[in-house]
Ligand binder design. Structure first.
Ligand SMILES: Nc1ncnc2c1ncn2[C@@H]1O[C@H](COP(=O)(O)OP(=O)(O)OP(=O)(O)O)[C@@H](O)[C@H]1O
Ligand SMILES: [Mg+2]
Length: 270
């Protein structure tokens, strides 16, 4: 008889505070993984300036805030990893964060949000938890990094709440805008890359990946195809409404081709 399904946090989730290497770099360099690991000594990851912002909002930012959006399995994490590597090769300091998540408190909220066991989570609780996670991330990681002049790459941000909870769950755009005002306090992406893959293809990719790397963070992947179609429609409406900020790349193309297309877009900003 088969044993219990291996279950836990998604091993592929990215998120890296300033001063800490990626899991892959930790492995490569023999540094222990996880929050208890020693600080990384490589110059690329050194923290400049104070570790925390003094709490005043809005604040002047010198950095660049780029977010990635798209359906589950569209290829956001794959492309963020490649973009981060290119930017670091240029000598830029990059902070990577993946929502829901980022700093430890946000990661605890992530566990509630994505655990496939939490099917009874109500739509209102869900949206409040996403914004709670984001508020902590904005305060603890994103704003200090932007104030230092770093580049922040976020795997999802407020646009995801708009399309998944505002439209997918039908909570409406006004509620999301009000929560954004409270949680983000004026912090908005300078540039958003929408990795465009339709709902059916994205679910197939996400489910294949979840089968290859079993974990319990599948609550959103478990939603119906109809839900994911509403999300896809909402992403396209958003991209049409904000073409200067949101750039659409075809997520069905080859990974290398998408990387190049994204680099052509981002190059104009760095
Ligand atoms: N352009 C592509 N063509 C084919 N497969 C791809 C492409 N980009 C990514 N993949 C594969 O699809 C799966 C999902 O990719 P990835 O984890 O980067 O997506 P994601 O958008 O971050 O998903 P999620 O929102 O669920 O975290 C992975 O197995 C990845 O290797
Ligand atoms: Mg991902």
């Amino acid at each position: 008889m088969a044993g219990p399904r291996a279950c836990g946090a998604n091993p592929l989730v990215r998120g890296r505070p300033p001063g800490r290497p990626s899991a892959r770099e930790e492995r490569d360099e023999g540094v222990p993984r996880g929050p208890g690991g020693p600080p990384h000594s490589h110059a690329r990851f050194r923290v400049r300036g104070s570790a925390r912002y003094n709490g005043e909002f809005p604040m002047p930012t010198r950095g660049l805030f780029i977010t990635f959006e798209g359906m589950d399995g569209s290829g956001k994490t794959t492309q963020i990893e490649r973009l981060a590597a290119r930017l670091r090769a240029m000598g830029r300091t990059v902070v990577e964060t993946a929502e829901p998540g980022g700093p430890p408190i946000s990661m605890k909220i992530r566990r509630i949000l994505l655990d496939s066991a939490n099917q009874e989570l109500s739509p209102v609780t869900e949206v409040l938890l996403y914004f709670a996670s984001r508020a902590q991330n904005v305060d603890e990681w994103i704003v200090p990094a932007l104030a230092r002049g770093d580049i922040v790459l976020s795997d999802r941000f407020t646009d995801s709440s708009l399309v998944y909870q505002g439209h997918g769950r039908a909570l409406g755009g006004a509620a999301i805008a009000e929560l954004e005002r409270i949680a983000c306090r004026g912090v908005k992406p300078d540039l958003t890359i929408l990795v465009d893959v339709d709902a059916g293809a994205s679910l197939a990719r996400a489910r294949a990946r979840n089968a290859a790397h079993p974990h319990c963070e599948t609550r959103m992947d478990d939603q119906s195809l109809e839900f994911h179609r509403r999300v896809w429609d909402a992403y396209h409406a958003l991209a049409a409404a904000e073409p200067d900020r949101m750039k659409v790349v075809d997520g069905r193309a080859a990974i290398d081709a998408i990387e190049l297309e994204i680099w052509n877009i981002v190059s104009a900003y760095v």
